[in-house]
Design a protein around this ligand. Structure first.
Ligand SMILES: [Fe+2]
Ligand SMILES: [Fe+2]
Length: 329
């Protein structure tokens, strides 16, 4: 843990005038496109917003290991097993970078884990859907990691520098995740049997709409977005990112030879983009609220992993105590 002090003086020791000057300087730095570091003064609301966003992001990475982790023992070839193992391990690493970035804002790992396990903290709704076949693993790489890249590339320019730095590393690995998924699907579609091609189409049918939900509610119903855009935390709106994702996927689906399950999907010459059908936001809110197909299962798996790992944490702490005693002696 490397939680850092966020402020040079306790709040009560500063006058309102000094606070206003700090706020003004912060706003000017944001307007100038400067990065904010952990030791810099920042408004409490900015800090809280970042803690919420970065910890939710970290939770999504480690909960996201579960749906695909189910398939490591059942991967069809040694090559696919090695790739999937590396990919799932990367997601654990992304969680670590992000928990560490959130800790620079003065929250602790224990607080964040506790919020996840008690159901207070959210994570991406997509990971509450089941992985029924091997094709789901390919589709998660193509669509879910693909949507994650769309969402995360702009975060490399986020105004909070420790988050931006973490995202640079995350994005490099995400692009490998997307390609390995697409490659697995392409192999099944071009060299597979009719049953395998049908399996891919079925997985696309189930994951397409939840993938579009990954960009969050429509801009008009996303009141926090405007503030995040002003602070330079968010650079592109939910609806814009969703549109870019749909446009990119249409051509990729053609190459694969799958149909995206949306009869309203069609090119709009005037907009220079694809129109697409209505998203079922009731389903989105239901799953975010805890009532998705696998919410209970995912949380139970995380809590069990935490409890099973207690002896590792204890042993590491004892080892560290012994090491520092030895060093002191
Ligand atoms: Fe990731
Ligand atoms: Fe990923």
């Amino acid at each position: 843990m490397y939680t850092q002090a966020m402020d040079t003086a306790p709040k009560e020791e500063r006058s309102a005038l000094e606070d206003a000057a700090l706020q003004q300087r912060f706003d000017a730095r944001i307007d100038a496109g400067e990065f904010i570091e952990a030791k810099d003064w920042m408004p409490e609301h900015y800090r809280k917003t970042l803690v919420r966003q970065i910890s939710q992001h970290a939770h999504s990475e480690i909960v996201g290991m579960l749906p695909e982790g189910n398939w490591i023992t059942r991967a069809p070839t040694l090559k696919r097993k090695a790739i999937l193992l590396a990919k799932v391990q990367d997601e654990g690493g992304h969680g670590l970078y992000l928990y560490a970035a959130a800790e620079t804002l003065g929250t602790s790992r224990d607080q964040m884990i506790d919020a996840l396990h008690s159901g207070k903290a959210k994570y991406s709704s997509i990971f509450n859907y089941p992985t029924l076949t091997w094709a789901d693993v390919g589709v998660i790489g193509w669509l879910v990691d693909g949507a994650a890249i769309m969402n995360q590339v702009p975060l490399c320019r986020c105004s909070y520098a420790p988050y931006a730095r973490a995202m640079v590393r995350v994005c490099r690995e995400e692009s490998f995740h997307q390609r390995q998924g697409y490659d697995a699907l392409l192999t099944m579609m071009t060299q597979g049997t009719a049953a395998q091609r049908a399996m891919v189409q079925d997985a696309v049918d189930r994951w397409w709409w939840p993938s579009l939900m990954m960009f969050g509610p429509p801009d008009a119903e996303s009141p926090n977005s405007a503030q995040s855009m002003r602070w330079g935390i968010k650079r592109i709106s939910n609806d814009e990112l969703r549109q870019k994702f749909v446009d990119a996927c249409v051509d990729q689906a053609k190459v694969l030879g799958v149909t995206l399950p949306d009869p309203a999907l069609k090119w709009n010459e005037a907009r220079g983009s694809h129109d697409f059908g209505a998203i079922d936001w009731d389903e989105f809110w239901r799953v975010v609220g805890g009532d998705g197909p696998c919410n209970c299962e995912r949380l139970a798996a995380r809590v069990a992993a935490w409890e099973d790992g207690a002896w590792v944490r204890e042993a590491a702490l004892v080892h560290e105590r012994k090491r520092s005693l030895k060093e002191a002696a």
